[in-house]
Write a protein that binds this ligand. Structure first.
Ligand SMILES: Nc1ncnc2c1ncn2[C@@H]1O[C@H](COP(=O)(O)OP(=O)(O)OP(=O)(O)O)[C@@H](O)[C@H]1O
Length: 574
């Protein structure tokens, strides 16, 4: 996951009713916000009350929720694309039904929404559809472009009308690829900023302005090699907050700022400072941005990402002529610093654009952030929020007390032995995703399995394979869209092609893994149950079958941890 430095089947349906928050416990604490949630789950005690904020509310809905992707409210072309992507008989998942009902109406002021639902429940469509719908409608409402407006538009640098923020380059690419699949008919332009994981260097020559003048993008949703040609303006730009900030403020803006700070300090202290600062050149304009989606909001507003995310949001507000109170340095100041700082920090923020936050988990940090800064934000939540997908089975595997890597190998072979007697698998092996806590463990397990004749992809934060600016390192494991050609089928035989991927929580967020990934192994105990839900949620997506296998010491001394874990996991199933 990019911290600081970086940047189909059927989904289970559940009856959805709506409530509001007037009797929510949070109201008692003086907070006012509308909560629109489905009925079934929220009335039960939240099994993870300490980690999640799940507000209860009373019923207020009169209009029934949509049960199909119909037009209206969807534009015809958008409806066609959704059904092409999901299958003609697809119907909205609960969170999509809530989105169809609440996010399509024409309301004059800017909206702020939180879309919260369990992993693999279709949140991407829930936010993409209303955003595309409104972008297209406002485009259609504009006067016909004249030749002069066309030429000025085609000459400008990137000036998107919407930004989609995601925590990793891999997720940015997959999201933009999926977004494209939905845009065949209504012809909006999506671009992924995450061409490469590589950090910018002064020698890098691939700038956003060149991109704007010359870009083409490939089916991966990433920028391809620039070539001369007519460009169309970008409507939606997808990327990590840092990558987008870099485009908005100019390459190396943060380093230049550090150097300027040093220079200032040196001047004040009367010493000399050697710096090489050159003003960064912004490569993207933010003044047209009318929509910002913050995907995986609990991560993008956590302490590691918050500064970049909020700086970018504040930059958009400033570019649109309505600055919001935010100074990144304030976050680092101690509570006893000036009262003004504290006041400014605790001010509700009204951005001059539509803001949608999406998440599968609401940890206390996000709940607090929303309470303080977005008290009037509307929350839309599915009935199964904070639950494991209902199509997911859970199993526990005990360490034998010998070599743990050998225990994992044994379990992999057991999975494949079971696959081999399934007639519907036609002799094919299913895929297994293994989560460890540390990069070193990922590498050592990868080497061990390789030595035992189990080819695998071992991915850590620093893996070289992540530096090529595409998602090929995940080929065979990620779900592909109809839009994107399937990766060339491997010339490797079934037993030589990797069917095992080993990684850390870095890849647990948002990525839509293929239904072939039927098992997730949790080899190391996750940091918390939020982390567990995201790791497990890479399987059993969109109503597909999946199993999470949790490794631990199940018997004798030292088994208390596993017993505790079982209890917590059990609570996620209720
Ligand atoms: N209405 C639907 N019917 C069938 N499949 C759907 C539907 N909506 C979405 N899907 C599929 O479900 C899968 C998961 O969707 P998506 O990645 O948006 O889930 P998510 O809720 O964002 O998950 P996560 O929390 O892990 O990010 C995708 O492959 C998507 O195409």
């Amino acid at each position: 996951m990019e911290r600081k430095g970086e940047s189909r089947g059927k989904t289970p349906r559940a009856p959805v009713t709506e409530r509001d928050s007037s009797r929510s416990p949070k109201r008692a604490s003086g907070l006012s916000r509308e909560v629109v949630v489905s009925a079934t789950a929220v009335k039960t005690a939240n099994p993870l009350a300490e980690e999640f904020d799940l507000s209860a509310s009373k019923s207020h809905g009169q209009e029934p929720l949509p049960v199909s992707f119909s037009s209206p409210p969807l534009l015809d072309g958008l409806r066609e694309s959704v059904l092409q992507a999901l299958g003609q008989s697809a119907s909205p998942t609960p969170i999509q039904a809530l989105s169809l009902k609440h996010l399509f109406s024409d309301i004059p002021e800017w909206r702020q929404y939180l879309l919260a639902s369990e992993t693999g429940s279709g949140k991407s469509i829930a936010y993409l559809l209303p955003m595309f719908h409104h972008l297209k409608k406002s485009e259609l409402a504009l006067p016909e472009p004249t030749s002069s407006t066309i030429s000025s538009r085609s000459q400008r640098a990137v000036n998107p009308r919407a930004l989609v923020l995601a925590p990793t380059h891999e997720l940015s690419r997959q999201l933009s690829s999926f977004a494209k699949a939905l845009l065949h008919n209504i012809k909006l332009r999506v671009l992924c900023a995450s061409r490469a994981n590589v950090k910018s260097t002064p020698r890098a020559t691939f700038t956003a302005s060149k991109m704007a003048a010359q870009f083409t993008d490939d089916a991966d949703g990433t920028l391809g090699m620039p070539h001369l040609g007519v460009s169309r303006p970008v409507d939606v730009l997808v990327g990590t907050p840092n990558k987008l900030l870099e485009m908005a403020r100019g390459r190396r803006w943060d380093r230049v700022k550090d150097e300027t700070d040093k220079q200032l300090a040196a001047e004040l202290s009367g010493s000399r400072s050697e710096t090489s600062s050159k003003s960064p050149e912004p490569e993207m304009g933010l003044q047209n941005v009318e929509w910002v989606i913050v995907d995986e909001a609990d991560i993008l507003f956590d302490p590691d990402f918050q500064e970049s995310t909020r700086t970018l949001l504040a930059d958009v507000a400033a570019a649109r002529g309505q600055p919001v109170p935010y100074t990144p340095d304030l976050l680092r100041s101690s509570p006893e610093t000036s009262t003004t700082s504290t006041l400014t920090q605790n001010t509700p923020i009204n951005y001059p654009f539509n803001l949608i936050l999406t998440t599968a988990t609401i940890p206390p940090s996000l709940a607090t952030y929303l309470d303080v800064h977005h008290p009037t934000l509307t929350r839309l939540a599915s009935p199964k929020l904070h639950r494991l997908p209902s199509t997911m089975k859970t199993e526990y595997e005990g360490w034998t007390g010998g070599n743990k890597d050998a225990d994992i190998e044994r379990r992999i072979r057991k999975v494949w032995a079971e696959d081999s007697i399934r007639s519907d698998f036609n002799g094919k092996r299913s895929k297994i995703l293994i989560f460890c806590n540390k990069g070193t463990k990922v590498q050592s397990l990868g080497a061990f399995l390789e030595g035992k004749g189990i080819p695998n992809v071992a991915l850590t934060k620093d893996s070289g394979a992540r530096n090529f600016g595409n998602n090929h390192h995940l080929d065979g494991f990620l779900r592909t869209t109809n839009y994107k050609p399937k990766p060339k089928s491997s010339s490797l035989s079934e037993d030589k092609e990797p069917h095992v991927m080993i990684t850390t929580s870095m890849l647990s967020r948002g990525l839509d893994f293929s239904p072939d990934v039927r098992h997730v192994f949790i080899a190391d105990e996750p940091r918390n149950m939020v982390d567990f839900l995201h790791r497990a949620g890479r399987s059993a997506r969109a109503g597909q079958a999946g199993k999470v296998v949790v490794f631990g010491k199940l018997k004798g001394r030292g088994s208390a941890k596993a017993t505790e874990m079982k209890k917590k996991v059990g609570a996620l199933r209720k």
